[in-house]
Design a protein around this ligand. Structure first.
Ligand code: NAG
Ligand code: NAG
Ligand code: NAG
Ligand code: NAG
Ligand code: NAG
Ligand code: NAG
Ligand code: NAG
Ligand code: NAG
Length: 902
C-alpha cells in the first residue's frame, strides 16, 4: 500500500517535472554543457531522482544548482556527482557521458549488475566510489584507463574473479578499497609498484597466494587490511621499509614465517592484528620501538619464545592478545608500566611464574586472562586494589593457597574463573559482594572445603555457577534462592548434605549437577528426603505450568527456534559417532565426521543452497568463529553454493523438556513464518551428536552495538546521522510488528540488533538462556550482560517484560544512536545509567545540544534539528511511568515524521 502511494507520488512528480523541463535554453551553457543537461535529465529519469525534478521546476536548465551536483568553476561542466544513501537502482551507464566528471560517489544504494565498462571513458575521473551496492560480475578491465584516478572504492559488493591486471595503469592511485566482495586469485604484483598508494584494503574476499614482495617499499602505505582471505607465505619486510605504516590487519589468513624485525621501523604503527595465521618464531624486540602501538593481537598462531619485555615501552598499548600460541617464560613485571593496558590475554600458552601483581595494580586493566597456562603461586591479596577489573580469568593453572577475602573488592567483575587449580581453604563469603557478577563464577576442580556461604545468594545477576569437584560440606543454603538469574549450576562431586532447596533453577537442572554428594537428597536427584520436601517439589512444578499458561495467554512471549531445537537433542552423547572416512580434508582434527541426525530448512528457495555437512564442518573450525556467549557460539559458514550463513551452536542441553518434541516442532514452524523485514528469521537447523545448530542469514555488518561503539576502530567508515535515523525507524518497525501480534521481545539491546549489508537493522532472536522456558526467561532478563541498562525501572517490581518495557528499551537504543554512548558507563557516575544521565542534563545546566554526539550534531543545522526531534522521542520512550510511554506504532510515526520533514 505504502509502496503504491509512493509510486503514485513519484509518477505524478515525474510527469510535472518532465513537462516543465522540456524547453531548454540557457546562454550560460555551451554545447558540451547542453549535452550534460540532456544526459542529466536522462539519468534523473532512469534513476527516478525526484529532487532533481522539483528543483528543475524552478531552475530547470541551470543544473549546476541542482542537488547532488557540482559544476566546474566556470559553470560549464558537471565535475562532481554524489548520489550516496539514496536507495537508488537502475542503469548507471549514462553517467559515463558526463565526460568532465572528476568525482563520482554512488555508495550506499542498491545498484546491481556489472560495473559499466563505459566508466573507462571518464578520463578526468579522480574519485570513484561504488561501495555498498550489489554490483556483481568482474571488475571491468576498462577501469585501468582512468589514469588520473586517485581513489577507487568497490567495497561491499558482490564482485567476483580476480583483480584485473589492467588496473596497473592507475599510477596515481592513493586509496584502493576492495573489501567484502568475492574476489579470488592473488594480489597482483603491480600493487607494490603504485608509488602513491596510501590505503589498501581487500579484506573479506577469497584472495590466495602471497602478499606481493615489495608492497609498501615504494609507496606511502599507511593502512593495509587484508583479513579473512586465504593468503599464504610470509609477511613481507617491505611493508615496514618506509616506516609510514599505521594500521596492519592480516587476521585470519594462512600466513607463515615470522613477524619481521623491521616492524620496529614504523613509529606510527598503532594497530597490529595478525591473529589466526600460522606464524612462527619470536616477537621481535624491536616492537618496543613502536611508541604509538595501541592494539597488538597475535592470538592463534604458532609463535614461541618469551613474551618480550620491550612491549613495556609501548606505553599506549591497550590490548595485548597472545592467546593460543607457544609462548613460555613469565609475564615481565615491567608490564605494570603500561598504564593504558586494558586487556591482557595470554591464555593457552606455557607461561609460568606468579600472577604479575604489577599488572593487576594497573588502574585501567579491564580484563586479564591467564587461563590454561602453568601459573603458580597464590592469588595476590591486592587483587582488586585497582577496581576496574571486569574479567578475572585464571582457570586451568597451578595456583595454590586460599582465595583471598579481598576478592570482595572486585566489585566490577562480570566473570570470575578460578576452576582447575589447586586452591585450598574455604569459599570467602566476600564473593557475595561482587554484585555485578553475571557471566560466570567458576571455582570447580579445586580443593576447597567448608560450607557454602549464604552470601552467594546476593549474586542476583549470576547466570552460571560451578562449584563442582571440591570438598565442600554442609547444606545448600536456602539463601541461594536469591540468585534470581541462575541458569547453569553445578554442585557435583562435593560432600554436600541435606535436601536440595526448592528453587526453579535447581529443579530444572540435570541431576548430574548434584551427583556424587553422598548426603544430598530431593529433586532432581532420585533420592527422596523422606519428608515434606519431595511432594512440595511437585506442587511447585504444577504451579510453574500455571504461571506459564498465564503468561502465554496474556503476552505471547517471543520465543524462537532455539527452544525447539534444544528439545531434539539426544540424550545419548557419544553413541552416534558414525565414522565416515574418505573424502574429507585433513584440516579437521579427526576423521570422525559427525553425522547429522536431523536437519531442516524452512525457507523453500534456500533448500538447495544449504549443505548440512558444510554447516557442521564450519563449526569445527575455530577460524570461523564470529562471537561467543555464555550459551552459544556463532560461526560463519560458507556453503559450496556460495551462500554464507551464520550458525549458532548451542552449548547446553536441558533434558527436562525433551518429552515435548512434537508440540515444540509446531511452535518452531509457526515462528519461522513470522516474517518482517526488520526481524531475523530462522532459516533452519541441524543436529548431530548432542549439538544443535541454528541457521540464520549472515549479516556482514555485525551488531548495532559494534556499529555505534566500535566504528572508531575501523578508520574507513563512520556512521552518519541519516543512517542512524533509518536504523532507528527499522528497529521501531520490527518491534511495532511484534507488538501488533501481541508478542513481547525479551532482549532488546543494541547487541541483539544486526545490520545487513545495506545497514538495514534486523532485530535478533532471544538468547537461548531465555528460551528454555518462557517464564524463566522473563525472570532472568537481566542475566545477559548485554541487556544491562536497557531494562525498564518498573521491572524491578513486576518482574514482567511488557510492551511499555520494550518501548523503554527501544528508547535506550535511540539514546545510544544520538549520543554514541553506551547504556552503562562509569563516566555517568555511581548508579547513573544513560537514561538518568540524559534526564539529568537540565539539572547539570546542560542544554539538549550538549547531550548529542557533537561529531554528528555539528555537521549541519538540518542534522541537529532532526537529532533534537529524535531526542524528544527518546525521552518519551524512557519515561519512568510505563503508561506515559507511547505505543511502538506511534514511535514509528513520530520518527517517520522527522524524516519526512526534511
Ligand atoms: C534558482 O536560481 C536562482 C538564481 O539563478 C536562485 O536564486 C534560486 O535560489 C534557485 N532556486 C533553487 C531552488 O535552487
Ligand atoms: C571552463 O573551465 C575549464 C577548465 O576548468 C576549461 O577547460 C573550459 O574551457 C572552460 N570553459 C569556458 C566556457 O570557459
Ligand atoms: C544500460 O544502458 C546502456 C545504454 O545507455 C545499454 O547499452 C546497457 O545495455 C544498459 N545496461 C543494462 C544492464 O540494461
Ligand atoms: C571509499 O573509499 C574512499 C577512499 O578510501 C573513501 O574516501 C570513501 O569514504 C569510501 N567510501 C565509503 C562509503 O566508505
Ligand atoms: C575465481 O572464481 C571464478 C568464478 O567463481 C572461477 O571461475 C575461477 O576459477 C576462480 N579463480 C581462481 C584463481 O580461483
Ligand atoms: C615494478 O617496478 C619495477 C621497477 O620500476 C619494475 O622492474 C617491475 O617490472 C614492475 N613490476 C610490475 C609488475 O609492474
Ligand atoms: C629499536 O629497538 C631496538 C631493540 O630494542 C633498539 O636496540 C634500538 O635502539 C631501537 N631503535 C630506535 C631507533 O629506537
Ligand atoms: C598515546 O595516546 C595518546 C592519546 O590517544 C596520544 O595523544 C599520544 O600521542 C599517543 N602517544 C604516542 C606516542 O603515539
Amino acid at each position: 500500500m505504502l509502496n503504491l502511494c509512493f509510486l503514485l507520488v513519484f509518477i505524478l512528480g515525474f510527469v510535472l517535472w518532465s513537462q516543465e523541463f522540456v524547453p531548454v535554453n540557457s546562454q550560460l551553457i555551451d554545447e558540451d554543457g547542453e549535452n550534460d543537461l540532456v544526459t542529466l535529465s536522462a539519468i534523473g529519469k532512469e534513476l527516478g531522482l525526484i529532487d532533481w525534478g522539483e528543483n528543475g521546476v524552478k531552475n530547470s536548465s541551470n543544473y549546476c544548482l541542482w542537488p547532488h551536483i557540482t559544476c566546474s568553476a566556470n559553470h560549464s561542466y558537471v565535475e562532481k556527482i554524489v548520489l550516496s544513501h539514496l536507495n537508488l537502482q537502475g542503469n548507471i551507464s549514462l553517467i559515463s557521458k558526463l565526460k568532465s566528471l572528476k568525482w563520482v560517489d554512488l555508495s550506499f544504494n542498491t545498484f546491481h549488475g556489472s560495473i559499466p565498462q563505459a566508466f573507462g571513458n571518464l578520463h578526468d575521473l579522480e574519485f570513484l566510489d561504488l561501495s555498498y551496492n550489489k554490483f556483481d560480475g568482474l571488475i571491468p578491465s576498462e577501469l585501468g584507463d582512468l589514469r588520473k584516478l586517485r581513489s577507487l572504492n568497490l567495497s561491499n559488493n558482490l564482485l567476483m574473479g580476480s583483480i584485473p591486471n589492467e588496473l596497473e595503469g592507475l599510477v596515481k592511485l592513493q586509496d584502493l578499497q576492495l573489501y567484502t566482495n568475492r574476489l579470488n586469485g592473488s594480489i597482483p604484483v603491480w600493487v607494490g609498484n603504485l608509488t602513491k598508494l596510501r590505503v589498501f584494503t581487500a579484506y573479506e574476499n577469497e584472495l590466495s597466494g602471497k602478499i606481493p614482495e615489495g608492497l609498501g617499499s615504494v609507496s606511502e602505505l599507511v593502512l593495509l587490511n587484508l583479513h579473512s582471505n586465504y593468503l599464504e607465505g610470509m609477511i613481507p619486510e617491505s611493508l615496514f621499509a618506509n616506516g609510514k605504516l599505521e594500521f596492519l590487519v592480516l587476521t585470519q589468513n594462512k600466513l607463515s614465517g615470522s613477524l619481521p624485525d623491521l616492524v620496529g621501523n614504523c613509529r606510527g604503527l598503532s594497530s597490529i592484528r595478525i591473529g589466526n595465521n600460522e606464524l612462527i618464531g619470536n616477537i621481535p624486540k624491536e616492537i618496543g620501538n613502536l611508541s604509538s602501538l595501541t592494539y597488538f593481537e597475535a592470538d592463534n598462531n604458532k609463535l614461541s619464545g618469551e613474551i618480550v619485555l620491550e612491549f613495556a615501552q609501548c606505553t599506549n598499548l591497550s590490548l595485548l592478545n597472545l592467546a593460543s600460541n607457544g609462548f613460555s617464560g613469565i609475564i615481565p613485571p615491567v608490564f605494570g608500566e603500561m598504564i593504558n593496558l586494558q586487556e591482557l590475554i595470554v591464555s593457552g600458552n606455557s607461561l609460568f611464574g606468579e600472577i604479575p601483581v604489577s599488572v593487576l595494580m594497573n588502574k585501567n586493566l579491564n580484563k586479564i586472562d591467564l587461563s590454561n597456562n602453568r601459573f603458580n603461586g597464590s592469588i595476590p591479596h591486592s587483587v582488586c586494589n585497582s577496581s576496574r577489573l571486569q574479567y578475572l580469568i585464571l582457570g586451568q593453572n597451578s595456583l595454590s593457597g586460599e582465595i583471598p577475602h579481598e576478592i570482595g573488592n572486585c566489585v566490577k567483575l562480570l566473570e570470575l574463573q578460578l576452576g582447575s587449580n589447586y586452591l585450598t581453604g574455604t569459599i570467602p563469603p566476600e564473593i557475595g559482594r561482587i554484585k555485578n557478577l553475571q557471566i560466570a563464577l567458576n571455582l570447580s576442580f579445586n580443593h576447597l572445603h567448608g560450607p557454602l556461604p549464604p552470601d552467594l545468594g546476593k549474586l542476583d545477576k549470576l547466570v552460571s555457577l560451578d562449584l563442582s569437584h571440591n570438598q565442600l560440606t554442609g547444606n545448600i543454603p536456602l539463601a541461594l534462592r536469591g540468585m534470581l538469574s541462575l541458569i547453569d549450576v553445578n554442585f557435583a562431586n562435593n560432600r554436600l548434605t541435606g535436601p536440595i532447596p526448592t528453587f526453579t533453577p535447581f529443579q530444572k537442572s540435570p541431576n548430574s549437577s548434584f551427583w556424587k554428594n553422598e548426603g544430598l537428597c530431593g529433586y532432581p536427584l532420585n533420592s527422596f528426603c523422606g519428608n515434606i520436601n519431595g511432594s512440595e517439589t511437585f506442587h511447585h512444578k504444577v504451579s510453574y505450568r500455571i504461571v506459564l499458561a498465564v503468561i502465554g495467554s496474556g503476552l505471547l512471549v517471543f520465543i524462537s527456534v532455539t527452544i525447539v531445537v534444544v528439545l531434539f537433542m539426544m540424550r545419548e552423547k557419544q553413541e552416534k559417532k558414525a565414522k565416515t572416512v574418505g573424502k574429507e580434508e585433513e584440516e579437521i582434527e579427526d576423521n570422525n565426521k559427525p553425522l547429522v541426525i536431523l536437519g531442516s530448512v524452512f525457507v523453500e528457495n534456500l533448500k538447495q543452497a544449504i549443505d548440512f555437512d558444510a554447516v557442521v564442518k564450519a563449526t569445527l573450525k575455530d577460524s570461523n568463529k564470529i562471537s561467543s556467549g555464555t550459551f552459544s557460539t556463532i560461526y560463519k559458514a560458507e556453503m559450496p553454493s556460495g551462500l554464507t550463513l551464520s550458525v549458532k551452536r548451542l552449548k547446553s542441553v536441558d533434558k527436562t523438556i525433551i518429552n515435548q518434541q512434537t508440540k515444540m516442532i509446531r511452535e518452531l514452524e509457526r515462528l519461522s513464518n513470522l516474517c518482517h523485514d526488520n526481524l531475523i528469521r530462522p532459516i533452519g537447523f541441524a543436529i548431530y551428536e548432542d549439538v544443535a545448530l541454528l541457521l540464520h542469514e549472515f549479516l556482514p555488518n555485525g551488531s548495532l552495538a559494534q556499529f555505534i561503539h566500535e566504528s572508531s576502530k575501523e578508520p574507513v567508515y563512520k556512521p552518519d546521522w541519516p543512517v542512524r535515523l533509518s536504523i532507528a525507524v527499522g528497529v521501531a518497525e520490527g518491534l511495532a510488528f511484534l507488538h501488533h501480534l501481541a508478542i513481547i521481545h525479551l532482549d532488546i539491546s543494541s547487541g541483539n540488533i544486526f545490520l545487513d549489508s545495506n545497514f538495514k537493522p534486523m532485530v535478533g532472536e532471544v538468547e537461548i538462556s531465555k528460551l528454555l522456558d518462557p517464564s524463566r526467561g522473563t525472570a532472568s532478563i537481566s542475566a545477559v550482560a548485554g541487556s544491562f541498562g536497557y531494562i525498564a525501572p518498573e521491572y524491578a517490581y513486576t518482574m514482567q517484560v511488557t510492551a511499555p518495557g520494550n518501548v523503554y528499551s527501544f528508547g535506550v537504543i535511540l539514546l545510544e544512536l544520538l549520543t554514541t554512548r553506551v547504556p552503562v558507563d562509569e563516566e555517568f557516575g555511581e548508579g547513573v545509567d544513560l537514561v538518568k544521565w540524559v534526564q539529568g542534563a537540565p539539572m547539570r545546566g546542560e542544554t539538549p545540544e550538549q547531550i548529542l554526539d557533537a561529531k554528528l550534531s555539528t555537521v549541519s543545522f538540518g542534522w541537529r534539528k532532526e537529532m533534537l526531534a529524535a531526542l524528544k522521542v527518546a525521552l518519551l520512550c524512557t519515561d519512568t511511568t510505563p503508561a506515559k510511554r507511547p505505543k511502538m506504532k506511534k514511535v514509528v510515526e513520530m520518527l517517520q515524521e522527522i524524516i519526512d520533514s526534511k
